[in-house]
Design a protein around this ligand. Sequence first.
Ligand code: GLN
Length: 249
Amino acid sequence: MKKLLAVILALCLTIPCFAALAEDLPVLKMGTNAAFPPYEYYDGETVIGIDAEIAAAIAEKLGMKLEIVDMEFGAIINAVATGKVDFGMAGMTVTDERLQSVNFSDSYATGVQVIIVKEDSPIASLDDLHAEGASYKIGVQEATTGDIYCTDDFGEDAVFKYKTGPDAVLALTSGKVDCVVIDNEPAKAFVAANEGLKILETAYVEEEYAIAIALENTDLLDSINDALAALDEEGVLDAIVSKYIGAAE
Ligand code: GLN
């Protein structure tokens, strides 16, 4: 009986203690745009995906608790720079312009800008968009590299900006634009979810994805890079990526 009491007492002391410990962990806030499968998207109320899982693994390594803040893609850099969130992770490409406002971690993935068209589209390649006299309407997700490249290459008038990738794809299926330029993995997910679309073979631009951190927060930059290196070494990064992208590809 004494022994049982001792066990119960020990349990009472340790379990709440662990629970309290988990709850008291410092919070690490991630800014993202959760409409970008397979990197970040909703499963019910929860944001899941490659970025969400890598971020959770990083937070665990840092002894912190991850909190995901969903916002427009175009708001993430500013949220990071002003300390509203601790870091931004959103299949985000490292660009010189963004490097003026934030630091980027080591790259953890690559992306390629691709072109989605309707199956019966006259557009067969990037060259067709550039062709003399061509005046195609190009849908993009606002403030993304797809938006930046297309606006540079084809001019403001040709580019139609939407808040999310799915909104841009809806504009394509409903005939408001002739193509959508977006990152390859989300493109595959959007084409799989919508009838009558295809991705052109011609890739547009190749890019590196990384985590954005405030310029002055170099301690967090170092800790995130250390955590990423350890997760890479342990095979965790590969395991997360292949869970969402699949070994078949
Ligand atoms: N990789 C693109 C960029 O950084 C798109 C990212 C996104 O839409 N989440 O601009």
